[in-house]
Ligand binder design. Structure first.
Ligand code: KMH
Ligand code: ZN
Length: 272
């Protein structure tokens, strides 16, 4: 099996300090959290940034500051900026940090209910973001919350808007999308026509750990971190993002799956 790519989503847009006191918010906190996560086995950092007061932002200067700090500590980790932003953010703002040309960026493939909110992704905006990424040489990670979104990706690949190999992230457990039921992951993977695709799973909340283990066994990759889950065990908050990554690395080792270094992850995803 391929080495396991662990992505760490260190901050997110919705998690708060009130709920997770160790949430990294400032550029320095985020850089330290990223460095610890990389030391624990992460090769991709999925990045949302915040203003100092904790508000989510898509401000380019803030992304630049954080990326610089992370790069100074982890020169080869892949940085994947979020173009999802926070629910309700304008599409113009969501696209802005692409100008920094990170290795990767998330691309959300459809509109859906997102908890109590609606996460809008108009078809023309999805195509617009994908085209901009292509123009700038940024590899999209395709965020899939529903089986129909997978079909959207296949259609976009056929139209030449997305270039293969496609890299999917199945985000399961968002209220409004597919749940973290193990059958959902089996179904989504079964829809991939060949094994020329990369896929990972980001389980939300209590689904994070069981889906991660399932993905490891099925040959997929794994995302953990405070964006998706703030607990280590039921009712016990995680101490850090790195603690969540370290558990995945340990389990991978037990299961005989090598954990990818940033270099190996680049090679696998064809990102130089
Ligand atoms: N904050 C969510 C509404 C992404 O990063 O692209 C969307 C999100 C997905 O986090
Ligand atoms: Zn995100």
């Amino acid at each position: 099996m391929n080495p396991l790519i662990i992505t760490c989503a260190i901050t997110g847009a919705e998690t708060t300090r009130e709920k997770q006191p160790n949430l990294p918010i400032t550029p320095m906190e985020q850089a330290v959290a990223a460095e610890e996560a990389v030391k624990a086995g992460a090769s991709i950092i999925h990045l949302h940034v915040r203003e100092d007061d904790g508000r989510p932002t898509q401000r380019v200067e803030r992304f630049q500051e954080v990326i610089q700090e992370i790069r100074a500590r982890c020169p080869r980790v892949m940085i994947q900026i979020s173009t999802g932003g926070a629910v309700g953010e304008s599409i113009e703002n969501r696209a802005k940090p692409l100008s920094l040309r990170p290795e990767m960026a998330s691309l959300n493939l459809g509109t859906m209910n997102f908890g109590e909110d609606v996460f809008y992704n108009h078809p023309k905006d999805i195509v617009g973001l994908a085209s901009r990424m292509r123009q700038l040489g940024i590899t999209p990670e395709l965020e899939v919350y529903e089986a129909g979104m997978l079909e959207t990706a296949f259609r976009m690949a056929k139209q030449g808007i997305l270039r293969e190999p496609l890299h999917f992230q199945f985000v399961l457990g968002v209220p409004g999308g597919m749940s973290g039921d193990p059958r959902n992951l089996v179904h989504l993977v079964s829809l991939l026509p060949t094994n020329q695709f990369h896929w990972g799973v980001a389980g939300v909340g209590r689904f994070q750990l069981p889906l991660a283990v399932q993905a490891m066994v099925m040959g997929g990759h794994v995302r953990v971190g405070f964006e998706d889950n703030i607990f280590y065990h039921k009712g016990e908050l995680a101490q850090s993002n790195a603690q969540l990554v370290a558990r995945i690395s340990r389990l991978a080792h037990e299961l005989g799956r090598e954990v990818a270094t940033p270099e190996q992850a680049r090679e696998l995803l064809k990102i130089s």
